[in-house]
Design a protein. Structure first.
Lengths: 369, 604
């Protein structure tokens, strides 16, 4: 398994909680930027000749904010420069406030077969509060255009004033719209974002409240046939995000665009987060990499455990032994001793017990150096 | 008979904190050309970072100077700067023993303070000639004549021709030097007699070994001599002798009356004791010098390395500190919760704080300290009696007949408007009112007898906050008294944590138990399981709080596969865990062990 990630760092308006690399006022350079992405793909393609890729993912920012012809062009370049496997999963993140029939049609023609839609909440006042540009009607219109398609809805927990009832409504709208996959994640108030002020003033639901909302939402999703396969990800049977699963299984991926990260040949690379610097590099024929981490064996072991334990599939001790030639319990003896009561060991699978998946950091941190 | 030079003057400075002692020392050095104004760092003698930051002198520091007096003769001065705080009285007494005279510095705006008086008595005990100096005459509120009068009345010194100076502005500093020449007698002692030097301080130099700071009383010492001390049989060859200028400056020899240092490749720190006498190994003196009385520590706490593997480094650090801090005592200790460390004894709370800070700064060690304790006298039912300063070493209640606790005589100086509030505080701390005197219209002295264990926690902070910082406080030990004391244990998740046990008065046990449980509830981070916190006396639970289990702790949505960032987040979390101590199954932040006893709710 290997994936390709394309970062589109533009949006119409920065959401109050967003600390991703995204530039609301730089739409003027979108065309130049997308040309650079195509150039970078070409540069990477030469380097990665012979590898086969199974997934492509357009993330952002808001990939759906740029003209769909660029997405089409990028996909054409990918098919030209890389080898894609027989039935690749090709996802694009879309904001319900930015779609049209024509756009969706172009995406499909480009080869996109999975859509990730940022619903966040089905309460319009909360959407406005979050600085989202869409409302619930936009979401319903968007999903009507995607009838029969494989799409996912994002739901957010921990919004100011959010109640169980709000979560119920949101889950119902997401499920009712035909989503095959639902991501339900907690808002993280990052320093430097507008919402951080709300957090500092104690206006956001606390950890216990969010945990209660999560438990409630999770039960509701289960009722509607969405099984949890990762702490924040739920889906109908067979609709897991292959692209994300690849991350958690320590598969390789190439990240293209500003701030994108890659994992190739045992090295983790990070592209610059500076839009102008990125374009300057690409136009001068240099890779815009600002950080390169040679993953040590110890780190690789830690990653295997930490990434595996995020999912309900856990990780395989046998595969661990095969890769590293050692026993994971010996490698992490101290951490294992402290956390074993929170783990479930069945056959060739170690995973975090269901009831502790939502406090996994506390468990995983024991395995860190 | 070869007498010591009559052009030699050894003196020190006695002053209350803030009365300008170190600044006067700086000015004297400037005037004698010891350091040029340009090179001068403020408060030259306070060489430790902590001293400069806090504006206090902790260590005594000697310096040699030359001064040509108005009589035309050149005099050699040895000035020994001394600390002013009550905790460091011991240091003062050591420097006094190396001098013939002392400047008594009094702030013209503050008058004579209790601590000055205490040190004056010490100086008189040592037969020192006292020279009063009135400082800060540049300030508007200076009351020079009243201060002179006070010196005469309170201290009993003739202050009629006392130098009136401003150390800050450098006014009349020469008057001080002339007064020293005139009033301080030259040292006695004979350079032909067998060598006797009093060790008044020492420190460890990585290249030269232990450096002894000495006052030569009799005889001479030079490079190549073989010396020994009276307490140890070991012989050492002198590799260097010299004076303080104020940096160490080698000389060919040191003779009777002089102050200086000796290096003799002394490798083992334990071989040297401050107060001991150095003599010539081949021509030893018959008897040692009187030395000084050993001081008894009054406040105790456990010091443990944060990283258990650093025990040896901690041991080395404490040994090196002990070398020039004779008042510090220590013995190895072992705690279930904190591992291997030391039980250390101090002269007071400031001393304790300074030692802790020096370990962390000068030796770059992270340490955990337990709450301060005092030394209790335990009488067992079988007739045995002994002192216990570590609550976890207390015998079971059934074996104890009764206990005694140390009491202090406290003097609290305050503006009159805070008297009520201070009395309330002392009452709350089991104090017994003794006396109240109006020193003048703006100053009252309150005298109380207080159990020492009540003032080691937060008395000083409370006093400062209740009086907006105006009150000052001095205390001295005043014997032991029988008291109803109990051991208060803390159980985390059902397991007793030895490092959190304290000894308290029976009547305060419930209140303190409640407070401890509440404080711990706020201080212990939520864990994956519920943690009951119980306070218990003699097996009986008297308070309970619960730290709820953590319910949410997840990483945000994946950052486009930025796994490095996720790893860093987890590593940071792990880093935080490393600063915790495992008590049974519970993780407890290390600062809790020290901070927990503070009643002050807004502690960090």
């Amino acid at each position: 398994m290997a994936g390709i990630y394309i970062h589109v760092p533009f949006c119409r308006h920065k959401c109050t909680y967003c600390d991703f690399v995204s530039f609301p006022n730089r739409m003027d350079v979108a065309e130049a930027y997308m040309a650079c992405v195509i150039k970078e793909l070409e540069m990477r393609g030469k380097e990665l000749e012979g590898r086969s890729f199974d997934t492509v993912y357009f993330g952002g920012g808001t990939p759906s904010v740029v003209d769909p012809k660029y997405i089409y062009a990028v996909m054409r370049k990918i098919k030209e420069s890389f080898t894609l496997s027989a039935r690749p999963e090709v996802t694009i993140e879309i904001n319900p406030g930015t779609v049209s029939e024509q756009k969706i049609a172009t995406y499909k023609r480009a080869g996109i077969n999975r859509f990730s839609i940022g619903l966040q909440t089905a309460i319009d006042a909360q959407l406005e509060d979050l600085g989202r540009i869409h409302n619930v009607r936009d979401y319903l219109y968007c999903t009507s255009l995607l009838k029969g398609e494989n799409f996912s809805a994002d739901i957010m927990l921990g919004i100011k004033g959010q109640t169980r009832e709000d979560v119920r409504k949101t889950v119902e709208i997401a499920a009712g719209s035909g989503a095959k996959h639902i991501s339900m994640y907690a808002l993280t108030p990052e320093d430097g974002t507008p919402i951080y002020t709300d957090y500092l003033n104690g206006e956001l639901p606390g950890g216990d409240e969010v945990a209660a909302l999560y438990d409630y939402g999770r039960a509701l999703l289960a009722q509607k046939g969405y099984a949890r396969y990762e702490v924040s990800n739920f889906c109908k049977k067979g609709f897991e995000s292959r692209h994300n699963l690849n991350y958690w299984r320590r598969g390789e991926y190439v990240g293209v665009g500003v701030s994108a990260s890659s994992f190739m040949s045992g090295r983790r690379l990070l592209n610059t987060s500076d839009l102008d610097e990125y374009m300057k590099c690409i136009l001068s024929g240099f890779f815009p990499v600002i950080d390169c981490e040679e993953v040590s064996e110890r780190d690789a072991k830690f990653e295997t455990v930490m990434l595996g334990l995020r999912t309900v599939y856990g990780f395989s001790p046998a595969a661990y032994r095969q890769t590293f030639g050692s026993d994971w319990k010996e490698d992490f003896a101290a951490a294992y001793k402290k956390t074993k009561e929170f783990l479930l060991e069945e056959g060739d699978c170690v995973r975090i017990r269901d009831e502790y998946l939502y406090v996994q950091n506390t468990i995983l941190a024991e395995y860190a150096d | 008979m070869a007498k010591a030079s009559k052009f030699l003057r050894n003196f020190c400075i006695i002053a209350h904190i803030d009365h300008g002692k170190s600044t006067i020392a700086d000015r004297i050095m400037e005037l004698t050309g010891q350091v040029s104004k340009r090179d001068m760092e403020e408060q030259l003698l306070d060489s430790m970072d902590i001293e400069r930051e806090r504006g206090i002198t902790i260590k005594l520091t000697p310096v040699r100077m030359y001064y040509t007096a108005l009589d035309g003769n050149e005099y050699e001065f040895n000035l020994i700067d001394t600390p002013g705080h009550v905790d460091f009285t011991y240091e003062v007494s050591r420097s006094l023993a190396a001098c013939e005279g002392a400047l008594v510095v009094v702030d013209a705006t503050q008058g004579v303070e209790a601590q000055t008086l205490a040190n004056v008595y010490l100086a008189l005990d040592n037969n020192l000639e006292l020279v009063p100096v009135i400082n800060k005459i540049d300030l508007q509120s200076a009351r020079v004549e009243e201060t002179k009068q006070e010196i005469e009345e309170v201290i009993g010194l003739d202050a009629s021709d006392a130098p009136c100076v401003s150390a800050k502005e450098g006014t009349n500093i020469r008057d001080i030097l002339e007064a020293v020449v005139k009033h301080v007698p030259p040292p006695e002692g004979d350079t032909d007699d067998p060598l006797r030097c009093l060790i008044f301080d020492s420190y460890y130099d990585n290249y030269k070994g232990v450096i002894l700071f000495v006052r030569v009383k009799d005889g001479q010492v030079k490079v190549g001599d073989t010396i020994r001390t009276f307490l140890s049989e070991k012989r050492y060859d002198v590799t260097e002798v010299g004076a303080f200028a104020p940096q160490m400056q080698p000389k060919s020899l040191l003779s009777a009356g002089e102050v200086g240092y000796i290096a003799a490749s002394i490798k083992s720190i334990e071989d040297v004791e401050v107060g001991d006498t150095v003599t010539n190994a081949d021509r030893p003196a018959a008897a040692p010098l009187p030395g000084y009385k050993k001081v008894q520590p009054v406040v105790f706490c456990g010091i443990y390395p944060l990283d258990g593997s650093k025990f040896v480094d901690l041991r080395e650090a404490i040994l090196k500190l002990k070398l020039n801090d004779a008042a510090l005592t220590f013995e190895p200790d072992n705690s279930v919760a904190l591992g291997f460390g030391f039980r250390c004894g101090f002269l007071g709370l400031l001393h304790m704080e300074i030692v802790q800070e020096r370990i962390e700064r000068e030796f770059n060690l992270d340490i955990i300290t337990t709450a301060p304790s005092v030394s209790y006298l335990v009488h067992k039912t079988n007739g045995e009696s002994f002192y216990v300063d570590n609550p976890s070493h207390l015998p079971p209640p059934t074996d104890i007949d009764y206990m005694e606790e140390p009491i202090v005589k406290a003097e609290i100086y305050t503006p009159p408007e805070y008297v009520g509030s201070i009395m309330e505080l002392c009452q709350d701390k089991r104090g017994v009112y003794k006396n109240m005197t109006y020193l003048d219209a703006r100053r009252v002295c309150l005298e109380y007898r207080l159990p020492l264990n009540e003032i080691v926690y937060d008395f000083f902070d409370e006093l400062k906050s209740r009086t907006k910082g105006y009150a000052s406080f001095d205390y001295e030990l005043d014997g032991y008294e029988r008291s109803k004391l109990v051991k208060l244990d803390i159980l985390l998740n059902g397991e007793a944590c030895d490092a959190l046990s304290t000894i308290v008065h029976e009547d305060h046990a419930y209140r303190r138990g409640r407070m401890l449980a509440e404080n711990l509830k706020d201080a212990i981070p939520r864990q994956l399981f519920e943690v009951p916190i119980q306070a218990a006396v003699g097996g009986k639970i008297i308070a309970r709080e619960t730290v709820k289990a953590v319910r949410k702790d997840v990483l945000a949505k994946c950052y486009g596969g930025d796994i490095t960032r996720k790893k860093k987040l987890l590593e940071k979390q792990k880093e935080g865990k490393k600063r915790m101590r495992q008590v049974g199954t519970v993780e407890v932040p290390s600062e809790v062990f020290m901070e927990i006893l503070k009643t002050n709710k807004d502690r960090k």
